[in-house]
Ligand binder design. Structure first.
Ligand code: NDP
Ligand code: 8X3
Length: 261
């Protein structure tokens, strides 16, 4: 029996690249996202060589999650690898200006979606004493930048939740990894810029950003190591990305009290 891999957010970017990567070896794939047409096209591209189940899933909707798991065919029910990849950033406004709906959507998708999927899959892994959960975080979960506010905070959650899972699962043969990429050119910025493809393209202009395949290679590598090896975390950036200096504002007036001291 091939191992079963559930990939959330398989309709584009990292998720679709992971599907293509795992399809090159002996895996049965569950492709999940909201855009079923994209998933069907991907399944058709992968062909008969990889057993594939396509399932509509909105990770923010508990009913959608329940329907998705209920409709899994028998051969796809024992999930060996869960790639919690579905996620998004919305907007780059400062915290005082942002749209609260965007914040809610990021929390509902990147945090609540990820924990609900994990909670559905984990009991089966524990019963079989086997499995691997790969959570896709971001460098934004560690390194703050202006406009990253809630997006970065949701990804910090992903990191700490992943570590917490490792602590809970000690003594069981279940692995948990979080992969934290930097700038990668996918549909990510198109979504963040609310469909403005020109603005999205500018994010990567003049750079050699990471590709979805780079991340799929890392996910595949982490999951294909021997079962006694747990990659806790991978932080990866394109070579052309690094940290800026901490910022100092020189225009702020001195507080009189501080000057007197
Ligand atoms: P894409 O926009 O290309 O892919 C995002 C995927 O998430 C899509 O397949 C989308 O599918 C799915 N998705 C979004 N919302 C939902 C939802 N409510 N229910 C189910 N699926 C959903 O971006 P990436 O591939 O780049 O992003 C994948 C992950 O990687 C995200 O978690 C992102 O935060 C993270 N990341 C991205 C980086 C980058 O620079 N690209 C860097 C670091 C992390 P659909 O719309 O069909 O539902
Ligand atoms: C996406 C990477 O740097 O745009 O998570 O926040 S970044």
């Amino acid at each position: 029996m091939p191992k079963v891999v559930l990939i959330t957010g398989a309709s584009s970017g990292f998720g679709a690249a992971c599907a293509r990567k795992f399809a090159q070896s002996d895996y049965a794939l569950i492709l999940a996202a909201r855009r079923r047409d994209k998933l069907k096209a991907l399944a058709a591209e992968l062909g008969a060589a990889s057993p594939c189940h396509v399932g509509h899933l909105d990770v923010t909707q508990p009913d959608s999650i329940a329907d998705f798991f209920e409709s899994l065919p028998q051969d796809f029910r024992d999930i060996d690898i869960l790639i919690n990849n579905a996620g998004l950033a919305l907007g780059l406004e400062a915290a005082n200006e942002c749209d609260m709906n965007d914040w809610d959507t990021m929390v509902d998708t990147n945090i609540k979606g990820l924990i609900h999927l994990t909670r559905q899959v984990l009991p089966g892994m524990v019963a079989r004493n086997s499995g691997h959960i790969v959570n896709i975080g971001s460098v934004a979960g560690t390194w703050p930048y202006p406009g990253g506010n809630v997006y970065g905070a949701t990804k910090a959650f992903v990191q700490q939740f992943s570590r917490g899972l490792r602590a809970d699962l000690l003594g069981k043969s279940i692995r948990v990894s979080h992969i934290d990429p930097g700038a990668a050119e996918t549909e990510f910025s198109i979504v963040r810029m609310k469909g403005d493809k020109v603005k999205a393209k500018k994010v990567y202009e003049g750079t050699q950003a990471l590709t979805a395949n780079d991340i799929a290679d890392i996910v595949y590598w982490a999951t294909s190591l021997p079962s006694h090896v747990n990659i806790n975390a991978v932080e990866v950036m394109p070579t052309c990305q690094a940290w800026g200096p901490l910022a100092l504002d020189r225009t702020m007036p001195f507080s009189p009290k501080v000057r007197e001291q």
